[in-house]
Design a binder for this molecule. Sequence first.
Ligand SMILES: *[C@@H]1O[C@H](CO)[C@@H](O)[C@H](O)[C@H]1NC(C)=O
Ligand SMILES: *[C@@H]1O[C@H](CO)[C@@H](O)[C@H](O)[C@H]1NC(C)=O
Ligand SMILES: *[C@@H]1O[C@H](CO)[C@@H](O)[C@H](O)[C@H]1NC(C)=O
Ligand SMILES: *[C@@H]1O[C@H](CO)[C@@H](O)[C@H](O)[C@H]1NC(C)=O
Ligand SMILES: CC(=O)N[C@H]1CO[C@H](CO)[C@@H](O)[C@@H]1O
Length: 327
Amino acid sequence: MQHLTLIVATLMSAVASSPIEIGQTSKYTGYLVSTFSDASPQVQFYLSNGNSPINFRFLNKGKPVLASSVGTKGQLVCACSEHGPTDPFLDLDINASDFSWDKATRQGSRGLIIWKSTDLVNWSSPSLRIVEVNTAGMAWAPSAIWDDATSQYYVFWSSRQYSSSDTAHTGTAALDRIRYATTQDFTTFSVPQDYIALSDTPLIDQEFLHTGANSFTRFLKNETVNQVYQENTTGGLFGTWTRVPGYLRPESPLEGPAAFADNTTPGLYHVWLDNYTQYVPYQTADLQNPSWSASSTSGFPVGLKHGSVTPLTQQEYDAVVAAYPPL
Ligand SMILES: *[C@@H]1O[C@H](CO)[C@@H](O)[C@H](O)[C@H]1NC(C)=O
Ligand SMILES: *[C@@H]1O[C@H](CO)[C@@H](O)[C@H](O)[C@H]1NC(C)=O
Ligand SMILES: *[C@@H]1O[C@H](CO)[C@@H](O)[C@H](O)[C@H]1NC(C)=O
Ligand SMILES: *[C@@H]1O[C@H](CO)[C@@H](O)[C@H](O)[C@H]1NC(C)=O
Ligand SMILES: CC(=O)N[C@H]1CO[C@H](CO)[C@@H](O)[C@@H]1O
């Protein structure tokens, strides 16, 4: 794994670090949430109080840590650490005076804004990387996964594709799908391809958990019902995926999952689901046959959404809190 942390502009989601084996003491002593708000599309950090997965402080005295000066509006962001890419962020400026969701899906950004750091404190200036082809109306909700076998990242995002003859993207688009490209450095990317394109269901907001070797769990939003479902595999990213029946929660609508492994309890996993106002935290101790129950919200930030959660070592935790003192 490269010793590199990235904040990738475009709703990126994180792949949690390797799961904690039974009997193994986690090397992670906290969590960093990188996020942006609809009203203020700039990167903000929240830091866990100790190793709590629900109780957070707003860093940098509540002010943004990173602001994009490149590209068009309409990106999301992800922090991808050497522990495994982290999560999503959004730099999609829905508060802009000329913002329209329709326009954002037809002539939205086809790029990601990327900041790099090796220490979570000293960040590069942002760079805009165009990852989509010109038939795409958008590249949203990115997530990235490091693949040891091929020594590269797989970067995924949600896309809406138009006919190649519809160069102005005024016609009817194909159903939203998940696309991907590979990269080693987040500077150059392979030509994008479809990852999941269903004939009957528009899909967005993919999020992964890496649960060991070739085992992964992924979460996807069915846009027809505005609900998030889960699939798992033991065959790698391109293996056979098995649907966990139904949806994570009966409440509707929910979207934008952010998922991560608990730092202290082996086998415990967390998923935050956006109820269109903010994240609501859920958890399960049985990821293979889950019943996602509501977590305590004591100390959970009000208004938090579009986030990614990265596990931190004590050294990283100390560096982040020193550089960006909390409110
Ligand atoms: C959102 O836009 C409104 C009107 O353009 C502006 O007054 C407000 O300050 C903006 N909010 C933020 C957080 O930038
Ligand atoms: C910050 O990173 C840059 C390279 O990205 C490096 O040249 C510089 O020395 C670093 N500064 C500190 C204080 O670590
Ligand atoms: C999405 O929801 C619709 C409506 O219930 C259903 O027909 C479709 O099969 C669902 N697709 C997936 C992948 O869950
Ligand atoms: C979303 O969740 C928050 C926190 O639990 C709650 O206050 C709010 O009412 C919920 N909003 C909706 C639309 O369900
Ligand atoms: C290995 C694995 O991930 N297995 C589970 C995937 O999800 C299905 C449906 O819940 C389970 O039956 C598998 O055990």
